[in-house]
Design a protein around this ligand. Structure first.
Ligand code: BGC
Length: 445
């Protein structure tokens, strides 16, 4: 019996996944090539040369996977739509066969009593758009709006809840700043236009989704409470700079209609900002998606290319990814967002939270992932604490259903409630799966 306190009536429970990480079938039904296909096929980019060619073969096994969702008895399933399946070249003809897949998925979810919550973009940009500059190119924002309209015109008669982008900060910093994710560019602060063009694409997509009848539209960002590594003025300033880049840059324009002051990065004008852009970016939202995994500790980095450096946590337990386990960071970030943005803040949704551990079946064939249960238990309680402290949180979606293709880490990091044998595709629900199912059942009693 879970000791998790009762959540408010109507609070939604769910899980989240993303297309490239689970679908496989990269050549199926006219799908175009994405930046992640290209990146994963480039030697040295992904740990041990893993690729997502098969991933969890979800494209062919989605019925089996929805049966797992039914066993959990979740309210909401967040998945992502692969842009290259819908518009293979990023612009131009829409691929009906690609949309058929999401049509079948949505119908199967609805038949199971599960609300679909698709994310339109979880980092799998069509390669043809990248060839023209990707998110450095303003035109990509307009193409994203068109793709949103194409997806919605097919699905919005049955799908009322949508998310535009997943974690535009990570996409900018890891993909265009540091080059550890696709498309592998290393532009550091010259990646800034990627922030703006993603946000512009978000705003354009919000309008197109609403035109097509969408009722609830969210943007999902990653958030992390930031502390300075020491009380020195340099470290305190560095922590503030990091917070500006991670949170402010991707939240202030959307909720407040203005960019934060970026002079600490030597940026005093934004040449990519056109008249009217901020109005588009600040289209009212029905919710803000919060992905929380771990807090950040930041020190000054006088010699570095950026004014801050993330420092290690030596005082807390960590996941297999070496991420510090700090459940109270969840409460903190939800409360901080509430306090910082006040009336401008729409309802919050935890759209991802989870952990990787190297778990696998034991001699009894079961997967006893106590560490994941502890992690989830602590973080879900922290969501409840945040609600008590005044945060308006409407749902919690854990990351993730299946052990999947974890980007540059390949199959090395297992985040799933369900163990996947990547040779046989056998799915084995872990103990955390049963724990989560019990938690949801108890909340409904
Ligand atoms: C991403 C997921 C990813 C997870 C764990 C989030 O940043 O949205 O795609 O698998 O973190 O790294």
């Amino acid at each position: 019996m879970s000791s998790i306190p009762r959540f408010p009536d109507g609070f939604a429970w769910g899980v989240a996944t993303s297309a490239f990480q689970i679908e496989g079938a990269l050549d199926a039904d006219g799908r175009g090539v994405s930046v992640w296909d290209t990146f994963a096929a480039t030697p040295g980019r992904i740990r041990d040369g893993h690729t997502a060619d098969v991933a969890c073969d979800h494209y062919h096994r989605f019925t089996e996977d929805i049966a797992l969702l039914r066993r959990l008895d979740i309210d909401v399933y967040r998945f992502s739509i692969a842009w290259p399946r819908v518009v293979p070249n990023g612009r131009g003809p829409v691929n009906t066969a690609g949309l058929d897949f999401y049509d079948r998925l949505v119908d199967a979810l609805l038949a199971s009593g599960i609300t679909p919550m698709p994310t339109l973009y979880h980092w799998d940009l069509p390669q043809s758009l990248e060839d023209d500059g990707g998110w450095l190119n303003r035109d990509t924002a307009a193409r994203f709006g068109d793709y949103a309209a194409a997806a919605a015109s097919r699905l919005a008669d049955r799908v009322s809840d949508w998310i535009t982008l997943n974690e535009p900060f990570e996409h900018m910093s890891l993909g265009y700043g540091l080059g550890v994710h696709a498309p592998g560019r290393e532009r550091l602060l010259d990646a800034l236009p990627v922030a703006h063009h993603q946000l512009l694409g978000h705003g354009l997509a919000v309008r197109r989704l609403r035109d097509a009848g969408a009722e609830t539209v969210l943007l999902t960002n990653s958030y992390s409470p930031v502390d300075a590594a020491s009380t020195s003025p340099e470290d305190v300033a560095a922590a503030a700079a990091y917070d500006t880049l991670h949170r402010g840059l991707f939240t202030d324009p959307v909720l407040l209609g203005r960019y934060p002051d970026l002079r600490v990065f030597g940026v005093d004008e934004l040449p990519f900002l056109h008249d009217g852009d901020l109005k588009t970016i600040a289209e009212p939202l029905d919710g803000l998606g919060v992905n929380y995994y771990a807090p950040s500790r930041v020190a000054a980095s006088p010699e570095g290319p950026l004014p801050f450096a993330l420092t290690d946590f030596t005082d807390v337990d960590k996941t297999a990814f070496d991420w510090p386990i700090v459940p109270d960071g969840m409460r903190r970030i939800l409360v901080e967002l509430t306090e910082r943005y006040g009336d401008a803040l729409p309802p919050l949704w935890v759209t991802e939270n989870g952990c990787s551990f190297p778990d696998g079946p034991g001699p009894d064939g079961a997967v006893h992932d106590e560490s994941r249960i502890d992690y989830l238990d602590g973080h879900i309680k922290a969501v409840r604490d945040a609600i008590d402290a005044g945060a308006d949180v409407r749902g919690y979606l854990t990351w993730t259903l299946l052990d999947n293709f974890e980007w540059a880490e390949g199959y090395h990091q297992r985040f799933g409630l369900v163990h996947v044998d990547h040779d046989t595709q056998q799915r084995t629900p872990k103990d955390s799966f049963d724990w989560y199912a019990r938690l949801i059942a108890n909340q409904r009693r």
